[in-house]
Write a protein that binds this ligand. Structure first.
Ligand code: UD1
Ligand code: CA
Length: 454
């Protein structure tokens, strides 16, 4: 298996290598690699060139890839030639994918490979019939047989009307391939050596070439510009939304709902407009995610409500929890069964126990809060002393009055009380009341005295 990914992607007008642009949370090349793996290939070689270090680093989570370098980007045929030594000992079929064709399905790829092997052709090209074939190589046929592929820039006006295009995905017998590649000469305005030119070259040598047509033409959509990236993103998004709606999820406005491929959502969950669910997020059944909620790599169990404008990252919400509006749950936030977090509350590496509440304007960082605890408005865990992060523990049944600062490390014992406005620097034992504030003094007649002196 070969993935061509050395091109500059000039038309993206971006500094980032084209294949590293992301589509619904995954880079283009990761998508292509994921599909390629479903064929269980013996080896996968990625041809890299433009900003090859960046591409290789971005792919370092795959530990079985081989890389071939194409120092100068002299065209797709030249790119494929660079894999010759990597494949020296290999025989059989070689599948060639383009790193910028991210929506190819494994079913279509399997069909290409099966057809290639069944027909015994020397090469098989994946094609599709597009309404707008602009930019793609056109499949030229004579008496039904493919006789060549002509690139947009080299096509005659008549050829430009051909709507069957080259998908940039091929199966080849390795044996005649590399000798034929050597013979492809430069063509087109940029003097590149085109891989699709191999069709004419094969036919000249009497080698047969076949085609397989993708049932869904959108599968072969290539990404060459930001506009195409946005168009294909919207197709990917729409199909994810349709899959979820087909499984019983209510999505009020699919056009503004952004859900990454690997996200799962249970039936009867209602998703309001403008919601974004990313990465490995899992959402249970009968939840309500209100507008402008962003959830990243988090688990939300059944029957939860996340109200408007919350950001939830690497957090876990057990069933029956209610969050927001305007809450920020940072990594390591855990809400146990029935816990509630209200507006303008921030949590980080903090657990809020069963049925506990932090309803207004609080910061809970590096904290363990037990069950049935009430965290009053404006409570702050002072977890950072400038050097280290320290933990606050609040045991089951405790009541923390409003406006409290808990200077960690500190513990409030079971059923303990903290008086509102306290700055707690020492542990509050179970069952005790901790008060840590100056006593109030009232000065009778003070106002009148002040006025007289003015
Ligand atoms: C290519 C095909 C075209 C097809 C289309 C499908 C050629 C000449 N044309 O056109 O027939 O319809 O794909 O999407 O092949 N690459 C390299 N090295 C290079 C040049 C390109 O590795 O020197 C890689 C790119 O990174 C990319 C892929 O090959 O992943 C395709 O290159 P691109 O320039 O996008 O080709 P298209 O013009 O889209
Ligand atoms: Ca392309």
């Amino acid at each position: 298996m070969i993935v061509l990914a050395a091109g500059k992607g000039t038309r993206m007008r971006s500094r980032r290598p084209k294949v590293l642009h992301t589509l619904a949370g995954q880079s283009l090349i990761d998508r292509v690699l994921r599909t390629s793996r479903t064929l269980v290939p013996k080896t996968i070689t990625v041809v890299v060139g433009h900003q090859s270090e960046l591409v290789q680093t971005a792919l370092s989570h795959h530990d079985d890839l081989q890389f071939a370098r194409q120092e100068l980007q002299l065209g797709t045929a030249h790119a494929l030639q660079q894999t010759r030594s990597a494949l020296a000992a290999t025989q059989g079929t070689l599948v060639v994918l383009s790193g910028d064709v991210p929506r190819l399905s494994s079913a279509t790829l399997t069909r290409l490979l099966d057809a290639h092997e069944a027909t015994g052709a020397a090469g098989t090209v994946l094609t599709a019939t597009l309404k707008r074939p602009y930019g793609y190589g056109r499949i030229v046929r004579s008496q039904g047989e493919m006789v060549g592929i002509v690139e947009e820039t080299d096509a005659t006006r008549e050829q430009r009307n051909i709507r069957e295009v080259n998908g940039g995905v091929y199966a080849f017998d390795i044996e005649p391939l590399f000798d034929a590649l050597d013979q492809i000469s430069e063509a087109g305005p940029k003097h590149e050596r085109y891989l699709p030119a191999i069709i004419t070259s094969y036919r000249r040598r009497g080698l047969s070439v076949g085609t397989v047509t993708a049932a869904d033409p959108d599968e072969i959509r290539g990404i060459n510009s930001q506009t195409e990236l946005a168009e294909v993103s919207s197709i990917v998004r729409q199909s994810k939304n349709e899959e979820l709606m087909g499984a019983g999820v209510t999505i009020e406005d699919p056009s503004t709902t952004y859900i990454d491929d690997d996200v799962t959502v249970g039936p009867d969950t209602i998703i309001h407009p403008g919601v974004r669910l990313e990465g490995r997020t899992q959402v249970g059944e009968r939840c309500e995610l209100q507008s402008w909620v962003r959830v990243v790599d988090s688990t939300i169990e059944d029957d939860c409500i996340v109200k408007n404008c919350c950001v939830v990252t690497e957090a876990r919400l057990a069933s029956g929890t209610v969050v927001g509006p305007f809450a920020h749950l940072r990594p390591g936030s855990i809400l146990e069964f029935g816990a509630r977090v209200g507006n303008f509350v921030e949590m980080k590496q903090a657990t809020l126990g069963r049925g506990s509440k932090a309803n207004h304007l609080s910061y809970l960082g590096d904290a363990t809060v037990g069950d049935r605890v009430n965290v009053g408005a404006g409570t702050i865990t002072c977890n950072y002393d400038g050097g280290t992060k320290n933990r606050t523990t609040i045991a089951d049944g405790a009541f923390v009055g409003s406006g409290t600062q808990l200077v960690a490390p500190v513990t409030v014992g079971q059923d303990g009380y903290v008086a509102a406005g306290s700055c707690i620097t020492e542990d509050v034992p179970s069952g005790s009341l901790g008060v840590a504030r100056a006593r109030q003094e009232n000065k009778p007649g003070w106002v009148e005295k002040k006025r007289k002196s003015e």
